[in-house]
Design a protein around this ligand. Sequence first.
Ligand code: ZN
Length: 433
Amino acid sequence: MSTKFLFKNAQLQDGTFADIEVTGDLISAIGVGLLSEGAEVIDSTGLIALPGFVDLHTHLREPGFEQSETVLTGTQAAAMGGYTAVHAMANTSPVADTAGVVEQVAALGREAGYVDVLPIGAVTVGLEGKQMAELGAMANSKAKVKVFSDDGKCVHDPVIMRRALEYVKAFDGVIAQHAQEPRLTEGAQMNEGAVSAELGLAGWPAVAEESIIARDVLLAEHVNSRVHICHLSTAGSVEIVRWAKARGIKVTAEVTPHHLLLTDELVRSYNAVYKVNPPLRTQKDVLALREALIDGTIDVIGTDHAPHPIEAKDCEWNAAAFGMLGLETAASIAQEVLIESGKSNWARFAEVMSTKPAEIAGDVEVGQELEIGSVANIAFIDPAAKRTIVAESASKSINNPYVGMQLPGRVLHTVYRGYLTVRDGVLASKGRN
Ligand SMILES: [Zn+2]
């Protein structure tokens, strides 16, 4: 590709202003007052330029659940949200537990051309928790899988968890755990607490998450391996991760946008758009998660983007599926928590949305600092924009819990490998292929 762009006068994450020149798929110059022959000039005054976002936790649903999402529609939603890479969870049908399936998912991503699609491999065969999947074959496949997870389900058997943690050390892989003690959460419908007692819905207690996290950080320490905890949702989980990090255990942690903003009070509406796993917790938990994201106890924001068709959500609470959309709104919630709060800054924003997820997953060419010679993956945010969230979406599903809410900021342009996947807030009709 011979396209050349000059983004004029953008604000960088450190607060300085610069022009960014993109030639082909690389950042070819960054500086003040650049003149670039033959480049299309895009005035970026008032915009923040950040490394394109990297999601560690996306459900793209293909193969098998194309009525909810496809790799194409999911990656289009990702591009609209400022992402240039997503890690695709393994709970597809067939499950991504072989080299063949992970290579298929990666190929669908390349064909779509909107973001890098980096498949996550299942830890156990069929997500059944009984037999370890062929992690080595997936790691050695063309998809080069480094992150493994049974997400949606917990790797409950401590012997399998231990073996998986030991196994991935050979290639610096990581096990991403969906921490949910299954017996303590049988039939659970929402957070266990005052609201569940009032509504008479079966509770999902905080201890079911915290007990697995405590076990797994100790297992990671025992075998000196890396564990990543998906979607922390309780104040107690934060305390355990904080303790483990202070002790030198190789643990990283993620929080979803919805756990940073929404609480179990919303369940009083019985609107199943608020049904999610782990469940929305209390305001006290939200505040603890926000503080942990700011102080570094929590490393990244992962969306847990979980599309579902209307019939799986527009029904009685107990019958509805767990999960909500997240890719197109994550940056606004990060801005709300880190910037609008006055408690953090754009440098931290770039870490939690881009560079740190890439580092945890061992990604190359995405989640890089904006520097000369880096692959041109850039998100341009208009931080002054205010938008009322609408149901219309690039995703194939509409289970968006923020509809009607006003959120700060808007992704105006997304540059993916030098190609404008999103321009002035509008999706390119075709990916970079
Ligand atoms: Zn999960």
